[in-house]
Design a protein around this ligand. Structure first.
Ligand code: GUN
Ligand code: FE
Length: 476
């Protein structure tokens, strides 16, 4: 459920939410420009002890503050390929579009340009935390780390470990030793470059088919060694049926795809598994028992025809789930696109399709649940629960200011304003104002309705300010 504070004050100090006050409606009803003196009084600010008064920001009319969005799976390196997938599916898509592009980012100038664009666009869309894949190149991966630090987004940066013979020889790690060493080096680079811990390295075996057993084993050890400091692991699992078959052929000694990762100690409470569409009941039980989280990437799943994840089943089983854009399997860096697609896919799962039985009404994901997945769910998956994902006392100020005054909230005098009344308008009759003799449709919706409109048709135009750790990192 959404908890809405219609008239309130949030106090942030050193990047952390210190207190949240609900203030009387009377204060802010008139024009929402509450005089600072009244604010200071409300906060109990005492002038006599010479402490400087806090800086005050007032949220404009028809705007709201919301927790920053969390993208649990995105390939920054694939940003230039947004929308390029044609009729391919996963394995041919990787070979045709993805590996050539990623390999080209070994050029540091190109890497910097691509990563800067991607991270900037992600921030502009309200993403305050993202778990990134870079490329196989350690040098290129460290450039992504630099970009994140300089643009201020909270994030995880993974170098793709990939040394199997299945990889093209022009784009692979040359040995398990190299795969391990370069992974370690990139994790260490983050630690050195950003002591605040806002940007962290993540162990990233690309997916089982691109790694040898020896590499999976070494990465499992690396992950175990980083347990104390909360080192994460991210990879792909059970995205596509041909991929699942391939894993069976490559690892015949394992009873399932999930077991491959488990055997090498890569299924941990700090592991993020992208896609997970075709997991069996036994695999879900295994994932749940290891405490690993799932990154649901519905846009990518639809684009590459990978399949529909039955997300309700995972939630009911108590598996952690967040959302991923999976750029460029997904065609949009906007987490809202993933959130609304999660809703639509869940409706399709509920109804069933040509080949599948409908899973029933309960499988539908509501607007509120999709936004939960896009914030709190993502925080749980990335081990940041209690720190980000909500606006609560003690949490970090990772937040966005959303303008509910533009698309899709536009004033449309020649459209809906043509004297045709929506059923709900009669209800809001008393709140309408006149501008130039025309009916003003700004703000006739309830806050729940505004949030629903934002989810389904909002975009970066609605994102006005973005804060990470209390720092303003983007403003329109
Ligand atoms: N599986 C292995 N690599 C990739 C990738 O880059 N994108 C997606 N969607 N799946 C993968
Ligand atoms: Fe991916």
């Amino acid at each position: 459920t959404l908890e809405i504070v219609e008239h309130g004050i949030i106090c942030v100090s050193n990047g952390v939410i210190k207190s949240i006050h609900r203030v009387g409606k009377d204060y802010s009803e008139s024009d929402s420009t509450l005089p600072p003196s009244v604010l200071l009084q409300t906060l109990g600010h005492d002038d006599s002890n010479n402490t400087p008064p806090p800086t005050i920001h007032i949220t404009p009319k028809n705007h709201f503050l919301f927790p920053g969005l969390i993208d649990t799976h995105i390939h920054a390196s694939q940003y230039p390929n947004l929308g390029l997938f044609g009729k391919t599916t996963l394995l041919d898509w990787l070979n045709k579009y993805t590996f050539p592009l990623e390999a080209s980012l070994a050029d540091p100038v190109r890497a910097k340009r691509v990563y800067s664009h991607c991270v900037r666009r992600s921030l502009q869309n309200g993403t305050t935390t993202a778990a990134y894949y870079a490329t196989q190149s350690a040098r290129s991966t460290n450039i992504l780390t630099d970009v994140l630090i300089s643009l201020g987004q909270r994030g995880f940066v993974g170098r793709c470990a990939m040394d199997s013979d299945l990889q093209p020889e022009w784009y692979r790690d040359m040995s398990p030793e190299a795969a391990e060493e370069d992974t370690s080096a990139c994790v260490a680079y983050c630690k050195k470059a950003d002591q605040s811990g806002r940007v962290r390295g993540v162990v990233t075996p690309r997916f089982a088919p691109s790694c040898t057993r020896e590499t999976l084993c070494r990465l499992g050890r690396l992950l175990a060694a980083g347990e104390q400091e909360g080192l994460l692991c991210q990879t792909h699992i059970s995205e596509n049926k041909s991929e699942v078959e391939l894993v069976k052929e490559l690892f015949p000694e394992c009873s399932s795809y999930a077991q491959v990762y488990d055997v090498y100690n890569l299924l941990t409470p700090r592991t993020v598994l992208a896609h997970a569409i075709h997991l069996t009941e036994e695999e879900i039980t295994l994932v749940k028992s290891r405490g690993s989280g799932i990154s649901h990437c519905p846009v990518s799943n639809m684009a590459l025809g990978s399949g529909n994840l039955w997300v309700r089943r995972l939630l009911d089983e108590g598996v952690k789930v967040g959302l991923g854009t999976d750029v460029s399997g997904g065609y949009d860096v906007n987490v809202l696109e993933a959130a609304r697609m999660a809703c639509l896919v869940s409706r399709s799962v509920a109804e069933g399709g040509v080949t599948e039985d409908g899973k029933g009404e309960d499988s539908k994901i509501s607007v509120e649940e999709a936004l939960w997945l896009a914030t709190r769910g993502g925080a749980e998956v990335l081990g940041l629960e209690g720190k980000v994902g909500g606006l609560e006392v003690g949490m970090v100020w990772d937040a966005i200011l959303v303008g509910a005054d533009e698309v899709p909230f536009d004033h449309t005098p020649n459209g809906r304003g043509n004297g045709v009344k929506m059923p709900t308008e009669a209800h809001h009759e008393g709140k309408k104002s006149k501008i130039g003799g025309k009916v003003d449709f700004f703000g006739w919706e309830s806050w729940e309705e505004k949030v629903a409109k934002w989810l389904y048709s909002g975009d970066d135009r609605n994102i006005r300010s973005v804060w990470v750790g209390g720092e303003l990192v983007f403003q329109k």
